[in-house]
Write a protein that binds this ligand. Structure first.
Ligand SMILES: Cc1cc2nc3c(=O)[nH]c(=O)nc-3n(C[C@H](O)[C@H](O)[C@H](O)COP(=O)(O)OP(=O)(O)OC[C@H]3O[C@@H](n4cnc5c(N)ncnc54)[C@H](O)[C@@H]3O)c2cc1C
Length: 515
């Protein structure tokens, strides 16, 4: 993608005038389509737009190429049948619906699973270095709850390799981008969206993006939990929150996926709290043991064992820990030391290196793991043929949305969703004309000025410390709305969250009791 740092030089985006009506200066940036999010979903959407002659502006709140997608390790699903020719998109769809407890959108699932073989071939053509079989086909491995070997991978750095490919392709198409921009509000009257407001994180200057359409590709919300597998500044719900504030509908917010194997802070240090030990470790034969040395999955899932659905394995681990059979650090053991060192080094290179840095030899000893908040199945409600939300000109794609994964995501399906729907949303949007953009209504100009004035005031002295609020929210959700939850406690947490949101923390009664 092309940097848009000196926006005046870029033909696709006009550098607007500063506006000081309210005493707060801001810059106006014009674009036909604003894509908020530079992960796989945003990048794939932008590629389709550019291939069809529309030049979108892509923005993200980190350095370009450093979206959360880079953390996806294990792989991406497509019924290619490289290893198991009996596999098909229909069986992929059935596995997805089963794993989602039939609460998925069936038509959306069918769309994603049907197009995935083409999306993988396309990624391969664009240069993604997928692991290959001896015959040169894309290699595929098992992930939990899959009927066949269906997960394509680039070692254990699949997301990073994919995003490099997508960005390379976007660069060929000269897609402009702007990095380190945080969007704080969408310009919306509740019926229609006109653009977005935010600030440049490098210098704090305010930005107004005027756009014919806005695509939210801003990731999920699993990082609102205390122990989570994302970076702290990512997946903290910006996408769904921006959409909700703009008038869009959210759905399934209670569906949070807890990955069974997060690292245990007490063993590896705070920095590693909740960080993922990829499912590929179990996919490649890793076994789970409790502190008594028992391979406890025999009791919970005698047939599928460690490769049962994520929610089944995560609940089993949580139960072992809750019932006193966990390690003294609050986890259980994951062990793949029965595999050859060379196999582990080849199939799980990042995991092998990470633990080696921590002084742990994955080929010789077990590691300590516990469930960690990992993925948000809930989010913005969209139409899966177009990406439309219920608000005119507002679209959404990727982890920010809800519906494909039902109550529980099949591992490897999230990366699949980003590219499958990214193309669909981009292709659909490119059919629209962005030639005549109406002037920004006075009400929206007023909204922008007021919002920037609020941001300006917040940058001074505020009544709350955001990190403290987030910490409190994380604690509450972790202890009372986590993987083992009871209705009473969840209802009380909801009340407490309302008080937090209203800034009435000091008057709120103590947190709910544990279930
Ligand atoms: C550790 C880990 C491993 C995973 N492994 C796999 C796997 O093996 N297979 C799989 O299918 N899935 C996996 N997932 C899930 C998968 O990585 C994500 O669901 C997927 O990458 C989401 O892509 P996305 O483009 O929707 O969002 P993201 O990659 O999260 O990108 C969001 C973008 O939005 C930007 N953004 C956010 N808020 C704002 C804002 N306010 N203003 C401006 N920009 C904003 C961010 O900067 C970023 O550019 C994994 C997840 C984790 C946490």
């Amino acid at each position: 993608m092309t940097s848009n740092r000196s926006i005046g030089d870029n033909p696709t985006v006009d550098g607007g005038d500063s506006d000081s009506d309210s005493g707060v200066e801001y810059e106006t940036v014009e674009t036909p389509v604003l894509v908020i999010g530079a992960g796989a979903a945003g990048a794939r959407t932008a590629i389709s737009l550019a291939e069809n002659g529309v030049s979108p502006l892509v923005i993200g709140k980190r350095d370009h190429g450093d979206a959360h997608t880079t953390w996806a390790a294990g792989g991406i699903n497509a019924a290619l049948g490289s290893r198991d020719p009996e596999d098909s998109p229909a069986i992929h769809a059935a596995d997805t619906l089963n794993e989602g407890h039939m609460l998925n959108d069936p038509a959306g699932v069918e769309t994603v699973t049907e197009v995935m073989p083409d999306r993988i071939r396309e990624l391969e053509d664009w240069g993604t270095p997928f692991n290959a079989t001896d015959e040169g086909a894309v290699e595929q491995r098992y992930f939990g709850a899959q009927s066949f070997r269906r997960t394509c991978f680039v070692g254990d750095r699949t997301g990073e390799a994919m995003l490099e490919t997508l960005i390379g392709r976007a660069q060929e198409l000269e897609v402009p981008y702007r990095e380190n921009v945080q969007v704080t509000k969408l310009l919306s009257d509740g019926e229609r969206v006109y653009g977005a407001l935010g600030y440049d994180m490098n210098d704090g200057s305010f930005l107004l993006f005027r756009a014919g359409a806005v695509v939210l590709a801003a990731g999920g919300y699993s990082a609102v939990y205390d122990r989570h597998s994302s970076r702290d500044e990512e997946n903290n719900g910006d996408g769904p929150a921006l959409a909700y504030d703009a008038g869009a509908r959210l759905m399934d917010a209670e569906f949070v996926q807890f990955h069974p194997t997060g690292m245990v802070a007490e063993r590896y240090g705070e920095r590693w709290e909740g960080r993922l030990v990829t499912e590929a470790v179990r996919g490649e034969g890793g076994r789970l043991f409790n502190a008594d040395g028992e391979r406890f999955m025999e009791r919970y899932s005698p047939e599928q064992m460690e490769l049962d659905a994520r929610d089944v394995v995560a609940r089993a681990i949580a139960r072992e820990i809750a019932e006193g059979r966990g390690t003294e650090n609050g986890g259980v053991y994951l062990d793949i030391s029965h595999r050859d060192r060379s196999f582990i080094e080849e199939r799980l290179p990042s995991m092998y290196a990470r633990f080696a840095d921590l002084g742990v030899d994955l080929a010789a000893e077990s590691v300590e793991v516990a469930p960690t908040a990992h993925y948000s199945m809930g989010g913005v409600e969209i139409d899966f043929e177009t990406g439309k939300t219920g608000v005119e000109n507002l679209y959404a794609v990727g982890e920010t949305t809800a519906g494909i994964h039902g109550a529980n995501r099949l591992g490897g399906n999230s990366l699949a969703e980003t590219v499958a729907l990214g193309k669909i949303v981009g292709d659909h949007l490119a059919e629209r004309s962005f030639a005549d953009r109406p002037v920004l209504p006075a009400s929206q100009q007023r909204l922008a000025r007021e919002h920037f004035a609020d941001l300006d005031a917040m940058a001074g002295e505020g009544s709350e410390v955001p990190e403290e609020l987030l910490g409190e929210l994380g604690d509450l959700l972790e202890s009372h709305a986590g993987i083992l939850r009871a209705e009473k406690a969840v209802v009380r947490v909801r009340g407490r969250c309302r008080l937090l949101a209203d800034g009435r923390r000091s008057r709120a009664p103590g947190g709910p009791r544990a279930p």
